[in-house]
Design a binder for this molecule. Structure first.
Ligand code: C6P
Length: 406
């Protein structure tokens, strides 16, 4: 059994609640320090940032820009002007699709996406392909979720203008070789858009080392507030891109006829920003730094291994993706013969366990793997091996409870 997980007390909801929360890939829980940071912003520093010259507004602006610097350092960006605050990963990717995609990709070009993309990193590219007459090509994966780099190489051609790929699959938990794919894309003059929604909560990311042109992630999956997300983009690309949304705060000057846009990053942050969200995100990143990814990964892996090994012992249970716990990033998606994933999830709920069932916003991947729906348990470092055992015990009982034999 694992030693006592003292980190649980940092998270009021799970510390005080007996629910076994295993839907962390959908959204994580928040530590008290994040709740305090958001509360503190509204209690002591609330004013519309980037507008007023009075002290409260200056404080709000300073805190907001401090948060931007914190994100810059956290993901290894060269400049805080390359960090744009959005609402979430979905908005970040849409920003790139509308602003970069529609203006740089034309008929006859190709966009390459992987089969394992979340709909948020697929539909924006379907839109660009439709509007520009571009071909959308798919990179498929092996049954364990891994990609064949020779296939990647053969699919990235002189026609490829953009490669959109997730760093970690939200269904399989597999980690994709982003640095290698970025190198192949750059060899052909294409840009790479990396979806970091599922990687940032679990592993250190350095966008310059990855050589990502764009990198998107959500605050709420990495212990931060909902409604704050990040888009990193290389300055030289962001500079030449038109605004995604227009209106207040993204301008330098406006006449009756037109406007001169603000410098980066404000050109991409129209309207009143989510300053409290950014401040909460900074607190979340500070929290991750204080625990350390190494500690987090050690705990996550122990829980994942225990759950995976347990599931493997149960007849009629099929885990999607790799056989190895270390290739799951805390995500176990599975099917049970003859039992619908929604029934699996309902039975787990009756045992006090929260998981997600359905297509996980990755329908092309599920179709490719030959399943229409699946159940997913996703762990964080605050989950325990006792919880993994309770989960396995519950799964082991499901077919019998549904009226099948053992
Ligand atoms: N996946 C899940 O349960 P937003 O909603 O914009 O914060 O994140 C979208 C998103 C993009 N890419 C990946 C790889 C994701 O996993 C997600 C969100 C959640 O799997 C909710 S569908």
């Amino acid at each position: 059994m694992d030693e006592k997980n003292t980190f649980r007390t940092d998270f009021p909801l799970i510390a005080e609640n007996t629910t076994i929360y295993m839907d962390n890939a959908a959204t994580s829980q928040r530590p008290q320090c994040v709740l305090d940071a958001v509360n503190d912003f509204y209690l002591k520093h609330n004013a519309n940032p980037l507008r007023g010259t009075y002290p409260l507004s200056v404080e709000a602006t300073d805190l907001y820009e401090e948060a931007r610097k914190s994100v810059r350092d956290f993901i290894g960006a060269a400049s805080s002007r390359e960090i744009i605050f959005t609402r979430n990963t979905t908005e970040s990717i849409n920003l790139v699709a509308y602003s970069y995609g529609l203006n740089n990709i034309k008929s006859g070009d190709e966009i390459l996406v992987s089969i394992m993309e979340h709909h948020s990193n697929l539909l924006p590219w379907q839109m660009v392909a439709r509007q520009t007459g571009t071909t959308l090509r798919f990179l498929e994966c092996r049954p364990d979720g891994s990609l064949d780099l020779d296939e990647v190489k053969s699919l990235i051609t002189d026609k490829t203008k953009l490669v959109a790929i997730t760093q970690v699959s939200n269904v399989l938990g597999i980690v994709n070789p982003i640095r290698e794919i970025a190198a192949l894309a750059h060899e052909k003059g294409a840009v790479i858009v990396v979806d970091g929604a599922q990687s940032t909560p679990h592993m250190p990311v350095h966008v310059q080392e990855l050589d990502a042109d764009f990198f998107a992630f959500s605050g709420h999956k990495i212990f931060g507030p909902m409604g704050i997300g990040v888009l990193y983009g290389k300055k030289k690309l962001l500079k030449q891109m038109p605004p995604f949304l227009s209106g207040g705060e993204m301008i330098d000057s406006v006449t009756r006829e037109g406007a001169k846009y603000a410098e980066l990053p404000h050109k991409f942050e129209a309207g009143t920003v989510n300053a409290a969200g950014a401040v909460g995100l900074k607190a979340a990143l500070d929290y991750v730094r204080s625990v350390g990814y190494e500690e987090m990964q050690k705990r996550e892996l122990a829980v994942t291994r225990r759950a995976l090994e347990g599931l493997k012992q149960i007849p009629h249970v099929h885990v999607l993706g790799s056989e190895k716990a270390e290739e799951h990033t805390g995500i176990l998606t599975f099917t049970i013969d003859d039992v619908h994933p929604h029934d699996v999830s309902e039975i787990l709920i009756s045992d006090g366990i929260s998981v997600r069932a359905g297509h996980h916003c990755a329908q092309p991947l599920l179709n490719y793997l030959g399943v229409s729906a699946a159940t997913r348990a996703s762990f964080m470092f605050y989950n325990t091996e006792e919880e993994a055992d309770a989960f396995v015990k519950s799964i082991a009982s499901i077919r019998e409870r549904m009226g099948y034999g053992k």
